[in-house]
Write a protein that binds this ligand. Structure first.
Ligand SMILES: Nc1ncnc2c1ncn2[C@@H]1O[C@H](COP(=O)(O)OP(=O)(O)O)[C@@H](O)[C@H]1O
Ligand SMILES: [Mg+2]
Length: 288
């Protein structure tokens, strides 16, 4: 393992994601949007990096660039040691097994013409995994892993609640035993109590399967619950990036300070706010 090309950590383990100076400008007529402005970060195996920022700050563009869907103008996106924009179509397809995505829209991301069982099995079929019987067993395991029972396998997504759809999307994402799961506003469309249940489940799945998460949210409160590290994005730039506790205890960037201050927990500020915030979030999470 080399230690000088920016893709290896000081402790010798390879980070799952290295974003290295990503740049991307969109052109709409004469107008230019710098969606990615020198974006760099890394995510270590088994950890969660939350990418936080308001709508339009470049979070989804970052995700799509990491997933190999959007090509940057400059910079590199390295996932599991491979530069995703320097792979053949075939190599990228193989790498896709290791990086999966869960999106915001519970209903939109599931094929309504298929049953839940077929949706989850689809990933296994696409990569020719196992015999039919082995696939069925795996699908049964997966549906249980996301807290639903096997009676759901014959159902149609139309018959499910938003939270149940997100569980199915997560089961599908886990089917190929990925290293990385990119969650782009994956709980944002859910009610608070359902959201708490799904977040708890994601934390447990991460522990059970050693998953690495790139967790995208506009909600700093959710980031605080989920993430080991938090990167704050604003207008295509990462304005602040640190471990979760440091970010909340000592936010350096005025934009981050503003975000923290706007977490709706009522006043007062500072330590009291954080204590109150933690108490409310715990209550929410226990409710769920
Ligand atoms: N395919 C695209 N074509 C043109 N502009 C885009 C495209 N995708 C995103 N943008 C613009 O890039 C900026 C960042 O968008 P996005 O990454 O979706 O932000 P976020 O996910 O944080 O809401 C926005 O100004 C958005 O309008
Ligand atoms: Mg987005």
């Amino acid at each position: 393992m080399t230690d000088n090309d920016g893709t290896t950590s000081s402790d010798g383990t390879d980070p799952v994601i290295v974003a290295d100076d990503l740049q991307l400008t969109f052109h709409h007529g004469k107008q230019e949007t710098k969606a990615l402005d020198h974006v760099s970060f890394r995510v270590e195996r088994g950890t969660t990096l939350a990418l936080v920022g308001q709508s339009g700050s470049g979070k989804s563009t970052t995700a799509r660039t990491i997933l190999g869907i959007q090509k940057p103008d400059a910079g590199r996106a390295i996932v599991c040691g491979s530069d995703v924009h320097d792979l053949s179509q075939r190599e990228l397809r193989l790498l896709r097994q290791k990086m999966q995505v869960v999106l915001q829209d519970p209903f939109g991301q599931l094929n309504r013409r298929h049953t839940v069982g077929r949706i989850i099995e689809g990933a296994l079929i696409a990569f020719n995994r196992g015999s039919r019987r082995e696939r069925r067993e795996r699908v049964a395991e997966l549906i249980r892993a996301v807290g639903l029972d096997e009676s759901y396998l014959g159902r149609n997504p139309r018959e499910l609640s938003g939270g149940q759809c997100q569980r199915v999307a997560i089961a599908r994402a886990l089917a190929l035993q990925p290293e990385l799961v990119v969650l782009d506003e994956a709980v944002s469309a859910l009610d608070v109590s359902v959201r708490a249940q799904i977040l708890n489940m994601l934390v447990q799945l991460q522990k059970d399967f050693g998953l690495t998460y790139l967790f995208i949210t506009h909600d700093l409160a959710v980031a605080r619950y989920m993430a080991h590290d938090i990167a704050v994005m604003h207008r295509g730039r990462i304005v602040e990036h640190s471990d979760r506790d440091t970010l909340f205890a000592n936010p350096k960037d005025p934009y981050t300070q503003g975000l923290i201050a706007s977490i709706p927990v009522g006043l007062p500020r500072g330590a009291a706010v954080r204590a109150e915030f933690d108490r409310r979030l715990e209550l929410q999470l226990e409710d769920g």
